[in-house]
Every structure is written in C-alpha cells, then in structure tokens.
Design a protein. Structure first.
Length: 186
C-alpha cells in the first residue's frame, strides 16, 4: 500500500517515506521514542498517511495476552501515538490518515486481533476529530482485502478486493477533502 501511495503522490507533493526498514527514516511505531525521533527529523508537516499496522494473525487458540499485544502495541497504539505525538508537529489545516479495514465489521477466522485493533483505531479517529485544534483533520481508511495481497484471499471468501486505484482515491479523499472523523470505505 505504502509503495503505491508514494508513487501516486510524489510527483505533486514532497513525500517522506517512513518504514520499519528501508524508508527515508526508519521508525518502529511500537516505540514512543522512535516516533518522537521521526517527528524531530521530519519537523513540521502537512499530512501523515499510515499504512502500518502489525497484528497477530493466527488461530483463536493461539491468542493470549502476549500475542494479542501485537495488535494493541502495533496497529492500535502505534497509529494512535503517531497522532498524539504528531499533533505537536502538524501544520494548521493538516490531516492524519490512518489504516483500519473491513475486519472491523466483517471479522474473519484468524483475524480477531486485527478486528479489535481496527475497532479501537476507528473509535479513536471519531473522538480525535472533535478535539483536534487548528483545522486538523483525521480519518481512517477501511479497505477490504487489497488486490495486491492475494496471499490473504483465502481468508476473505466472497470479498471483492479493494483495487490499488480505489485505495489511492480513498487516501486522497482523506488528504485533500474536508471530511474529518470519517471511516472511508471503497
């Protein structure tokens, strides 16, 4: 997702690629210090797109406090901390675009952790939207299984994959539109 979005945006916008490895800035979103360091390097910015969201994928009988924390620390708190810390660096009128997914409302076998993390992020987006100052907007992008991830198709029987073009326009709606507190779906 991130690679596609960079290609779609970099001709018209300055894009700083942040990744766990191999970005312009390497950042571990499970670490508050790493997130703070990233924002110190970036400085002020207009928009943040997050396509990060590590979760535990596996059978229900393997879920316990430790495995469940992967989604809590990764997809949920990682993205929430991007906003809580990032609000001190974002320019007035800027936007945050976080990633969730259809698992919030359509759980699938092996994805309980992702479903829970998605739901928490979506609740946070709605609440943050009414409290962020200076015209700052926040939205969540909630695709179905992504067309470029066929390895996940067997887990999503009957789901029509979200195309990369749909994903691009969902993020553009969040970035350049005026909506805030929305869960943007294909």
């Amino acid at each position: 997702m991130g690679t596609h979005l960079v290609k779609a945006l970099e001709n018209e916008h300055e894009v700083i690629k942040v990744a766990s490895k191999g970005g312009d800035i390497d950042t571990d979103i499970t670490s508050i210090e790493s997130i703070k360091n990233m924002f110190e390097q970036v400085g002020s910015f207009d928009a943040l797109i997050s396509t990060a969201g590590p979760t535990f994928v596996g059978p229900w009988n393997k879920l316990d406090n430790n495995t469940f924390r992967k989604g809590v620390e990764g997809k949920m708190m990682g993205q929430i901390n991007l906003v809580l810390i990032g609000q001190h660096y974002i320019n007035p009128g800027g936007s945050f675009s976080l990633i969730t997914g259809a698992l919030t409302e359509e759980p699938q076998v092996n994805f309980a952790n992702a479903s829970a993390a998605n739901g928490a992020v979506e609740g946070f987006v709605r609440a943050a939207a009414i409290e962020l100052d200076n015209g700052i907007r926040i939205n969540a992008i909630s695709p179905t299984v992504i067309e470029d991830s066929p390895q996940y198709f067997p887990y999503f029987p009957g789901e029509i994959p979200t195309t990369m073009r749909q994903l691009e326009f969902m993020f553009k709606k969040s970035l350049f539109g005026k909506v805030t507190g929305h869960i943007i779906k294909p």
